[in-house]
Design a protein around this ligand. Structure first.
Ligand code: ACO
Length: 325
């Protein structure tokens, strides 16, 4: 069977226009700009306007990724969209994006791995490309977490924001290798025993409502550092690399203190870690492609660089991916 590598041919992202600062939040709940910045590093987040949905944010990001790749929607065979905040219970948000960008071929579907969603979507799309079932694929992370936050709960509402990011994968003949461009390796994990630490207390099959995000932040914090460090170590061992071989780390942008904790545990130099959390808070599945887009556009991440993505989210789900850009 022929084998293909998935090369990241283009990156795009989108943040809604409306900005909610820490000072704005201090007028809504008992918090301060100082507390939020010290505990999380977050300065502001973007919030979708009334009527602005996850599929709309995703469509903007997808169009920008296509433009960056120099491709047309009609050249795509597949869209995998990661979200925990779909427009509707069904159909999949991915099919709405398919319609909006004018892709009238192939197939599109959603996956839900919450904050690890982009890694899961990337890995799934890579499998279709590797087997030749899709030549070109779009991978999107898009969220409107503002719609599932309890805006009276200061322990959670200060952490999250809305946004979308996307990458175009182009299939190139040949197996993945360390020297060629493409997705080199992915490692995914989940453990359903930790549901109660981070979840949404509603859904179609239980409450018949959308529900609100609930979290034990302290415990999530500890698991995030341990599990993500483990996934990174596993990808490095599997690939025969060590930390110093990696040019850039593009983590899930949850919280500056989690990024610092992981860097410290693994001895990663801070200058190699892309951090954009201050500007948009935790955008769940959208955060890795959002951060990647910033670092590609500002010229830090260049073609040929070895980049490591990592994330942890509700479930728990977690993982890491190694990509030669
Ligand atoms: N403003 C002011 N005070 C607050 C706020 C707030 N927004 N939120 C909590 N507090 C108070 C608490 O009530 C507590 O007060 P008390 O001592 O009188 O009881 C005090 O601040 C300390 O609370 P802790 O929860 O112990 O604070 P901590 O240092 O753990 O920081 C935080 C909380 C930021 C949520 C931290 O636990 C964290 O970052 N957890 C990770 C959560 C996360 O990022 N989840 C995202 C999803 S998972 C992922 O993406 C990896």
């Amino acid at each position: 069977m022929s084998r293909f590598r998935s090369v990241i041919a283009g990156v795009g992202s989108y943040l809604p226009e409306k900005i909610l600062t820490n000072a704005d939040l201090a007028e809504m709940v008992d918090t301060t700009d100082e507390w939020i910045k010290k505990r999380t590093g977050i300065k502001k987040r973007h919030i979708a306007a009334e009527g602005e949905t996850t599929s709309m944010l995703a469509t903007h990001a997808a169009k920008r990724a296509l433009e960056a790749a120099g491709m047309e929607a009609g050249e795509l065979d597949l869209i995998v969209l990661a979200t925990a905040t779909p427009d509707l219970t069904f159909p999949a948000t991915a099919t709405m994006v398919q319609r909006e960008i004018g892709m009238y071929r192939g197939f599109a579907f959603d996956i839900n791995a919450v904050c690890s969603g982009f890694l899961y979507a990337l890995s799934v799309a890579d499998s279709f490309v590797a087997r030749g079932q899709a030549r070109n694929a779009m991978v999107i992370g898009a969220e409107t977490f503002s719609r599932i936050l309890d805006w009276s709960d200061r322990t959670t509402c200060v952490l999250f924001g809305d946004g979308a990011g996307a990458v175009v994968l182009r299939g190139e003949p040949g197996a993945p290798g360390m020297a060629e461009r493409g997705i080199v390796h992915t490692h995914l994990r989940s453990d359903g025993r930790y549901q109660d630490l981070l979840y949404v207390d509603g859904g179609p099959s239980t409450t018949k409502t959308v529900g609100h995000l609930r979290m034990d932040g302290h415990k999530v914090f500890r698991h995030a550092i341990t599990n993500i460090s483990g996934a990174i170590a596993r990808v490095l061992v599997d690939s025969g690399l060590n930390e110093s071989d990696i040019d850039w780390f593009v983590p899930h942008q949850a919280n500056e203190r989690i990024l610092e904790g992981i860097s410290k545990k693994l001895g990663l130099p801070k200058k190699k870690v892309i951090s954009t959390v201050a500007e948009h808070g935790n955008t769940s599945a959208a955060s890795i492609p959002l951060a990647l887009d910033v670092a590609v556009k500002d010229g830090r991440i260049k073609q040929g660089d070895l980049v490591l993505f990592e994330a942890l989210g509700g479930g728990f789900t977690w993982g890491a991916a190694l990509v030669r850009m």
